[in-house]
Write a protein that binds this ligand. Structure first.
Ligand code: PEP
Length: 249
């Protein structure tokens, strides 16, 4: 069954102690929320301390990345196996900031996706077009290619564990949001592309919207039939805003 998800991508924000304070507030304010799965993605340095605060709750722990190699001489990298052993259940993979600033190609992302899945971690796999591509009306073509070159190479049973995040790059951190109609149009399209390969299983895939999602626009976006929640950047750093977004279903 498809579930509603609101995931907070903290990016490179909060010190470990600030992160613990933030998640403690989220735990407190999330009490009683039952129709949405909350996920937090703190930086690697806070995985244990934040994980400990949510251990007895329904809130899921995510990383923001994982290595594209299983283990060995890769200084500075953190493997999917290490993350799984540290209690991580989800990993954001393919965020546009990773694709752009760290040159993560489709080939690298596929390796990350496979390693996450092999270690029992559900990927939150990000796709989306940039501003030029949207202005040239190439957004459908772009997301289709991102899905075909990566997600189509995942085995059918593993596909069930994948969460998709549609994040138009022009809406991330810019204050510009896709309209509810634009979100629904492309989410439905993404689901139809997924169904070409995975059939009815695509009906159960949670497809999240990401890009300047805030308490005042979440309700309209989440009301769309193919929008199953959000991947939240800036607004996830404030517990009140994050929970207000989660209460928008
Ligand atoms: C993100 O980076 O995943 C994101 C959606 O950021 P923001 O909400 O700040 O636009």
């Amino acid at each position: 069954m498809r579930i509603n998800i609101v995931a907070g991508n903290w990016k490179m924000n909060t010190t470990p102690s600030e992160g613990v304070r933030l998640v403690s507030e989220i735990v407190e304010k999330a009490k009683g929320l039952s129709n949405v799965k909350l996920i937090v993605a703190p930086p690697f340095t806070h995985i244990f301390s934040v994980g400990e605060k949510i251990r007895k709750t329904e809130i899921g722990l995510s990383s923001q990345n994982c290595a594209s190699e299983a283990k060995g001489a890769y200084t500075g990298e953190v493997s999917a196996e290490m993350l799984a052993d540290a209690g991580v259940k989800y990993a954001i993979i393919g965020h546009s900031e990773r694709r752009e600033y760290y040159r993560e190609s489709g080939e690298i992302l596929l390796k990350k996706l496979k390693l996450a899945l092999a270690n029992g971690i559900s990927p939150i796999f990000c796709i989306g077009e940039n501003l030029n591509e949207r202005e040239d009306a190439r957004h459908f073509e772009v997301v289709k290619k991102q899905i075909e070159e990566i997600v189509f190479n995942i085995d059918e049973n593993d596909f069930e564990k994948i969460i998709i995040a549609y994040e138009p790059v022009w809406a991330i951190g810019t204050g510009k949001t896709a309209t509810a109609g634009q979100a629904q149009e492309i989410h439905a399209y993404i689901r139809s592309v997924l169904s070409e390969k995975f059939g009815k299983k695509a009906e159960n895939t949670s497809i999240l919207y990401g890009g300047s999602c805030k308490p005042d626009n979440a309700r309209e976006i989440f009301s769309q039939p193919d929008v199953d929640g959000g991947l939240i950047g800036g607004a996830s750093l404030n517990a009140d805003d994050f929970i207000a977004i989660a209460k928008s279903f």
